[in-house]
Design a protein around this ligand. Structure first.
Ligand code: ARG
Length: 481
């Protein structure tokens, strides 16, 4: 057997934890390439929380004395406090030797409390440890995300309540289609967010199982009471299969998937408002403080915040695809590829929470150009469908009514004579079923009022919807204070 070359000026804890098996220290290039400490430091509060619970579990199993338990917990708490206060300059001093946040904390613990610190990792692997940290992180960040979604929904409803009788054209194919209430338009985004909320909330159900105790892959040999640990950490159960547990990243994938849908919605909303902010639409004015100028064109006021929400959507999708792709070829069980789950997840959390905050500010502070909306909504052509609907109420099959109104629209455009200015006789020359009550129907308000079913744009329907929403928002578990 070749003789091992032991480093003389380093304790075991200043070197890699697996030093015993190796003849030489890691190459600096390899260390730089493999470390995740540069980005997984954000997990430290959860790593400490998990380690404290694990320490208590070890004591319960008789693997630590009461004094050892207290020493470890005290040390862990001190490290948490120190890490909270660390500045970027302090961070720059950390040796890269720390492979990740888990090794970093363990090293500091041993530096603090001595060899007893080496007992912390009994019956635990970084594989179940990181799985736990991720679940704790996701549980907290999902709650925060839900709070931000609810806050944005509240802002939408507040604006909508004041805009029930503001009308604008609704669009299909980006062509003017039928008049709608601005409140109805705003509440469409509320609904999208409501489905997003459901997806994030649903993901918490599957997250709610403790992975700790799965060990490296096969379970632990120390008879640790996983259920007691689950209770201590606020999980309602424990994972069932250790092989699955150490390499399951469904919770990360679900968060990214729900985040992608959320960003898709915010991006569509941004697109609407970017158009609305243009001179061509002129439906809204962004506050100066939430806009940007041009370095060259003095007249410009740009909707950069909305554009960035739209732009950042691509990077959230990218994160989802990156996780799905990273996962697809992994054999059971843990593989180091899994470390690549972190940056996409952390980046996504920051991105979507930032986007939600900005969208709330814009919702609260944007100025709607009601004059331009009303003017556009007064385009009589928007009432063409109502004209056809009117003929249906007089007994004409819809397909024939559509044709009659098509001819009316053609003539109106051809003669440059808006049909809402026509006399009854002119209408009757197209179809004898037109009567005097036509003119009541042929108005913006009349058209809106007719859409009185659930989900329609009538004032009655919108008010009923807002009542339902307010009831829901009041009973919401995630209403921010
Ligand atoms: N930093 C690693 C990760 O994020 C922790 C687990 C390391 N496990 C191992 N067997 N090398 O996945």
């Amino acid at each position: 057997m070749p003789k091992k070359k032991k480093s003389t000026n380093k304790s075991q804890w200043e070197s890699a934890a697996w030093e015993g098996r190796f003849k030489e220290a890691a190459d600096p290039d390899a260390a730089v390439f493999t470390t995740s400490f540069t980005f997984d430091r954000v997990l430290f509060p959860y790593d400490i929380q998990g380690s404290i619970a694990h320490t208590e579990g070890l004591a319960r199993a008789g693997l630590l004395s009461e004094t050892e338990k207290k020493t470890l917990i005290k040390g862990l708490k001190e490290i948490a406090l120190e890490m909270e206060q660390e500045t970027p300059a302090d961070l720059a001093k950390h040796p890269l030797l720390d492979e990740d946040i888990h090794m970093h904390i363990e090293r500091r613990l041993v530096e603090k409390v001595g060899d007893v610190g080496g007992k912390l990792h009994t019956g635990r692997s970084r594989n179940d440890q990181v799985a736990l940290d991720l679940r704790l992180f996701l549980r907290a960040e999902t709650a925060r995300t839900l709070d931000l979604i609810t806050a944005l929904q509240k802002s939408i409803v507040l604006r909508a309540e004041n805009e029930i009788e503001t009308f604008l054209p609704g669009y299909t194919h980006l062509q003017r289609a039928q008049p709608v209430s601005l409140a109805h338009h705003l509440l469409a985004y509320y609904e999208m967010l409501e489905r997003d909320r459901g997806r994030f909330q649903d993901s918490l159900k599957r997250l709610d199982q403790l992975p700790l105790g799965a060990g490296a892959l096969a379970g632990n040999s120390f008879g640790l009471d996983r259920k007691a640990n689950a209770t201590a950490l606020g999980f309602s159960g424990v994972t069932a299969n250790s092989l699955d547990t150490v390499c399951d990243r469904d919770a990360v994938t679900e968060y990214l998937s729900a985040a992608s849908m959320l960003m898709m919605h915010l991006s569509r909303w941004s697109e609407d408002w970017i158009l609305w902010a243009s001179a061509e639409f002129g439906y809204l004015e962004l506050p100066d403080r939430l806009s940007t100028g041009s370095s060259m064109m003095p007249q410009k006021k740009n909707p950069d915040l909305l554009e960035l929400i739209r732009g950042k959507t691509g990077r959230v999708y990218g994160s989802l695809i990156s996780i799905l792709t990273m996962m697809k070829g992994l054999p059971l069980s843990y593989n180091r590829d899994l470390q690549e789950d972190k940056e996409p997840l952390f980046d996504t959390v920051t991105t979507i929470q930032g986007a939600l905050r900005i969208m709330k500010r814009l919702t609260d502070e944007v100025h709607f150009r009601k004059d331009h909306m009303t003017e556009a909504a007064s385009d009589g052509l928007l009432l063409a469908t109502d004209l056809a609907d009117y003929l249906v109420t007089k007994g004409l099959p819809f397909r024939q009514a559509h044709k009659v109104v098509g001819l009316i629209v053609f003539k109106s455009i051809d003669d440059k004579s808006p049909f809402e200015t026509w006399t009854l006789t002119t209408f009757q020359s197209f179809c004898p079923l037109f009567e005097n009550d036509l003119f009541e129907r042929l108005s913006l308000k009349g058209a809106i009022e007719k859409k009185s079913g659930i989900g329609g744009t009538s004032l009655k329907s919108i008010k009923a919807e807002i009542r339902k929403i307010n009831k829901r928002l009041k009973s919401s578990k995630h209403v921010p204070s």
